[in-house]
Design a protein around this ligand. Structure first.
Ligand code: NAD
Ligand code: GLY
Length: 374
């Protein structure tokens, strides 16, 4: 695949269908936005890190289409994915007299994207919005599929809505300014697509990980396109997660517990997911669903991209108990019964519960300082 060619991936959802455009030099090109509906105003939602880098160029690109282009700049960080930040978006919309046609543009990573989507879903009961994701994680996952949310101190992404964007503009050039730690975090959500759906992709990642880590444009283009294709395939069948879509949460049950247990922002979301996949792979193995070699292989790749493979201690008293307590709050849990996304043979995921004693063993093993790779 050539990095300079425009790639598109369709999200097929009937009247809510849209497409993802993938290439460099996209977000600052007015042609990226010509098909969007006209309106008197647009609001760019960004944060204090991404805004200074890209908001002015996006504003210029939108100026020919929207007579008024406003910008609201949020604080940066998972710990700000809150009601207070959401209210800053509503404050901007209301103080500028934005109406039902105003188009919101989420310029940033998954935090900005999730909050902008939720604001769009609820302002005047729903206004259009566009995702302009600038992290790898947002380009391969969070900007696609319409999950929007803020966090609650008791649980991650607990308050939100399903609300699809009009378009996703993945500009690969924006990844050039992304810190290495954030690139690695994004790769967690990329790696997950292998075990749940496409082992050939996992093998390709293993072969090309050095090029990806070196920000090679052609490698990144393939990473984003293939990830979006798999996500589109899943979301197209189960938009509101009544079944299949839950497989996209591979590693997230453990990962969300880590994020909430340590305090949002301590570990990056992708770091929690990376380590969570290791734990979920161990659990899959203990249940007899995959062999030990699979666990070693996945753990090695996750470690190679620079993600933690050992879980943090969330309690000095009863660490496994604290993980279990947090995981019972997971959205997939039913009446306190924790549902895990497990690998049921490489390339195939299943959602099921597991005996508590076994989950405790996995947590003890994966959080232990004496951890080995199997
Ligand atoms: P993030 O939004 O916090 O961005 C990571 C960091 O990179 C931030 O400091 C940000 O300001 C900075 N940044 C963004 N783009 C940059 C650029 N081009 N150059 C330099 N710095 C840049 O984190 P994230 O990893 O993008 O997203 C994580 C969030 O996404 C979590 O809240 C998670 O729950 C959510 N998420 C949502 C979905 C979904 O389906 N909606 C899926 C996965 C994750
Ligand atoms: N990131 C999980 C989902 O979109 O369903």
């Amino acid at each position: 695949m050539k990095a300079k060619d425009l790639q598109t991936v369709a999200i097929d959802l009937g009247s809510r269908s849209y497409h993802i455009a993938i290439r460099g030099s996209l977000f600052d090109n007015p042609l990226s936005y010509t098909e969007l509906p006209s309106a008197q105003s647009a609001l760019i939602v960004t944060n204090v890190t991404v805004g200074p880098l890209y908001a002015h160029a996006l504003q210029k690109a939108l100026a020919g289409k929207y007579p008024q282009v406003y910008t609201v700049v949020l604080p940066d960080g998972e710990e700000y994915k809150t009601w207070e930040s959401l209210n800053l978006i509503f404050d901007a919309l209301l103080s500028h007299g934005c109406d039902r046609k105003t188009v919101l543009f989420a310029l940033g990573g998954g935090v900005v994207g999730d909050m902008t989507g939720f604001a769009a879903a609820s302002y005047m009961r729903g206004v259009p919005f566009v995702q302009v994701p600038t992290t790898l994680l947002a380009q391969v996952d969070s900007s696609v599929g319409g999950k929007t949310a803020i966090n609650h101190p008791l649980g991650k992404n607990m308050i939100g809505a399903f609300y699809q964007p009009l378009k996703v503009v993945c500009d690969l050039d924006t990844l050039k300014t992304l810190p290495e730690r954030e690139l690695s975090a994004g790769l967690a959500e990329v790696i997950k697509y292998g075990p749940i759906a496409d082992m050939d992709f996992l093998a390709w990642l293993e072969l090309n990980i050095d090029a990806i880590k070196a920000y090679d444009p052609a490698a990144l283009a393939h990473v984003v396109k293939r990830s979006c294709e798999i996500k589109a395939w899943v979301v197209g069948q189960d938009e509101r997660e009544s079944g299949l879509r839950a497989i996209l949460n591979f590693g997230h049950t453990f990962g969300h517990a880590i994020e909430a247990g340590l305090g949002y922002g301590e570990w990056l979301h992708g770091e929690g997911v990376g380590c969570g996949m290791v734990m979920a792979a161990h659990l899959s193995h203990r249940l007899g669903l995959v062999d030990a070699l699979f666990v070693v292989r996945l753990t090695a790749l996750i470690a190679k991209v620079g993600l933690p493979v050992t879980g943090p201690l969330l309690s000095d008293q009863d660490n496994a108990g604290r993980y279990l307590e947090l995981m019972r709050l997971d959205k997939k849990s039913e009446a306190g019964d924790i549902k895990f996304v497990l690998i049921d043979g490489p390339g195939r995921a299943v959602v099921r519960s597991a005996p508590e004693a076994m989950v405790r063993q996995v947590i003890d093993r994966c959080c232990s300082k004496l951890l080995s790779t199997t």
